[in-house]
Design a protein around this ligand. Structure first.
Ligand SMILES: NC(=O)c1ccc[n+]([C@@H]2O[C@H](COP(=O)([O-])OP(=O)(O)OC[C@H]3O[C@@H](n4cnc5c(N)ncnc54)[C@H](OP(=O)(O)O)[C@@H]3O)[C@@H](O)[C@H]2O)c1
Length: 312
C-alpha cells in the first residue's frame, strides 16, 4: 500500500480509502466484515462512512466490526448534513444539528472520537462562521480531530478558509469531491484551488459507481450489478461514458491492468488528490481495486485518458 499526507495534516493515509456507503444495503454485515478485515490486512488505514448511509446502519455495522485494536490503527471518517428524520431541524450544517449528530455517530461507531468529520454538503442556510465554530468546538473537545468539506465549490472552500483564518478557527483539511474519468468537473476549479490552499482532495467514486469497470459495455451485465438492480441511473450513465470506457479498455489492455485499476490510477495521479474512496461491494472487487496501487500510468496514457474524460 502507498500512503500520502491527509491534506494539511501530519497524518498519513492509504491512497485507497474504504467507502462503506453500501454496508447494510448491497453489502450485508458478513461481507462487510470480510471487506474491512481484508482492507486493513492489505494496508488500507482510512475508512469512510456517513450518518445518512442507511440512516446510521453503515455506522452501526462498522461499530460492531471494528475491534479496539482495529479502531486505533485506522483513520475513521464520518459525515453530517443530510436529513436524518422528517423534523425541520434534523438536517443541514447548523450548530444544533452538527452537535446532535456527532454524538449519534460516535455512539453507533462505538468510538470516543472521529479522526475526520465532514460537512457532507454546503448548507446555504447556515452562516459559514456557525458551521466552522461548531467544528472548532468539537476539535477542542477532542470529539473530532480534523474537519473536512464535501462537494464544496472552489469559492466556498476559499470563503471557509478566510472565515477560519480571520477568526482563528480550525479549517477544513480536505475536500471530498466526486472525481473520475466520468466526472472531471473538479479538475477546472476545485483541484487547483485545493492545491493552492494545501487542502487534500479525497476523491470519491473513482469508478463512477461501477461504470468504469467496463462491465456495462461488455454486453454481459452481472444481474447483481448496481446498474442492473438498484440504480437504473448508473446504467444510463454507462451510455454517456462509451468513448471514455472504450479508451479505458484500450489503455488497460496496453498496460496489462483491469479497467477499474486504470480508472482509479488516473484519479490518484491528479494534483492534490491524497486518496481515492473506493466502494467495493464484495471482497473480490476489493482485491481488484487494491491492485490500482504500486505502479504508475505513463504520461502518454494519462494524456490519452484526459482527452476523453467527461466534463460533468
Ligand atoms: N461525499 C459524498 O457525497 C459521497 C458520494 C458517493 C460516495 N461517497 C463515498 O465513496 C465511496 C465509494 O463510492 P462508490 O461506491 O460510488 O465508488 P466506485 O468505486 O465508483 O463504485 C463502486 C462500485 O463499483 C462496482 N465495482 C467495484 N469494483 C468492481 C470490480 N472489480 N468489478 C465489477 N464491479 C466493481 C461495485 O458496484 P456493483 O457491483 O454493485 O455494480 C461497487 O460497489 C462510498 O462508499 C462513500 O464512502 C461519498
Amino acid at each position: 500500500m502507498d500512503y500520502r499526507q491527509l491534506g494539511r495534516t501530519g497524518v498519513r493515509v492509504s491512497t485507497l480509502c474504504l467507502g462503506c456507503w453500501r454496508f447494510g444495503e448491497a453489502t450485508n454485515e458478513q461481507d462487510a466484515a470480510r471487506i474491512v478485515h481484508e482492507a486493513i490486512d492489505a494496508g488500507i488505514n482510512f475508512i469512510d462512512t456517513a450518518n445518512m448511509y442507511q440512516l446510521g446502519e453503515s455506522e452501526r455495522i462498522l461499530g460492531r466490526i471494528l475491534t479496539p485494536a482495529m479502531r486505533r490503527s485506522i483513520v475513521l471518517a464520518s459525515k453530517v448534513h443530510f436529513p436524518m428524520s422528517e423534523s425541520v431541524n434534523d438536517r443541514g450544517n447548523s450548530r444544533r444539528h452538527i452537535m446532535q449528530q456527532v454524538e449519534d455517530s460516535l455512539r453507533r461507531l462505538n468510538t470516543d472520537h472521529l479522526d475526520l468529520y465532514y460537512l457532507h454538503r454546503p448548507d446555504p442556510e447556515t452562516p459559514p462562521e456557525e458551521e466552522l465554530r461548531a467544528l472548532d468546538d468539537l476539535v477542542r473537545q477532542g470529539k473530532i480531530l480534523y474537519a473536512g468539506s464535501s462537494h464544496y465549490a472552489a469559492w466556498q472552500m476559499c470563503r471557509s478558509m478566510w472565515v477560519a483564518d480571520t477568526r482563528n478557527l480550525s479549517s477544513f483539511v480536505v475536500e471530498q469531491a466526486g472525481f473520475s474519468l466520468m466526472r472531471n468537473a473538479a479538475e477546472s476549479e476545485v483541484l487547483p484551488c485545493a492545491d493552492a490552499l494545501g487542502i487534500g482532495i479525497v476523491a470519491h467514486s473513482p469508478l463512477a459507481q461501477g461504470v468504469l469497470t467496463g462491465k456495462y459495455h461488455s454486453g454481459d451485465v452481472p444481474p447483481d450489478a448496481r446498474g442492473a438492480v438498484r440504480d437504473p441511473e448508473v446504467a444510463r450513465k454507462a451510455e454517456v461514458a462509451t468513448p471514455a470506457v472504450t479508451r479505458l479498455l484500450d489503455v488497460a489492455a496496453r498496460v496489462g491492468k483491469s479497467p477499474s485499476q486504470v480508472a482509479i490510477r488516473w484519479v490518484l495521479q491528479k494534483p492534490a488528490v491524497c486518496t481515492a474512496v473506493i466502494g467495493p461491494r464484495t471482497p473480490e472487487q476489493l482485491r481488484d481495486n487494491i491492485q490500482a496501487v504500486g505502479w504508475e500510468l505513463p504520461a502518454s496514457d494519462m494524456s490519452a485518458l484526459n482527452e476523453v474524460a467527461v466534463q460533468i
